[in-house]
Design a protein. Structure first.
Length: 116
């Protein structure tokens, strides 16, 4: 049975919906918490500026009322823009932004935003 004390307040949004996410496989080493409002998570072993609402950087605080208005950020992976290094070397980048030649292909593909 866990004797972990769950923090009362989320450091990022100052709400009181904090829950225990998980605990260290080695009992008593650390606990990980999750805010149910802003989804901020932190370990009990992190420094005070990341765990204490009073010292959490104001620039990174979130007003819970603003969360529904925040844009949804898509994942970084986009199959339409993904070009393998082999495809770039043999036939050029599928998206047409990279040149041929293995070294040139890697650097050009990365600069073009392709995922080799």
């Amino acid at each position: 049975m866990s004797t972990t004390t769950i923090p009362d307040t989320c450091p990022r949004c100052d709400t009181h919906e904090v829950s225990l996410l998980t605990e260290s496989p080695v009992p008593g080493r650390w606990s990980m918490y999750l805010c149910g409002v802003c989804f901020y998570s932190w370990r009990s072993t992190e420094p005070g500026y990341a765990t204490d609402p009073a010292t959490y950087p104001a620039a990174f605080k979130i007003d819970p009322a603003d969360i529904p208005k925040m844009p949804v950020v898509p994942s970084a992976y986009s199959p339409q823009r993904s070009c393998s290094v082999a495809a770039v070397v043999s036939a050029g980048c599928r998206c047409g932004r990279a040149s041929t030649g293995r070294a040139a292909a890697r650097s050009t593909a990365r600069a073009a935003g392709c995922r080799p």
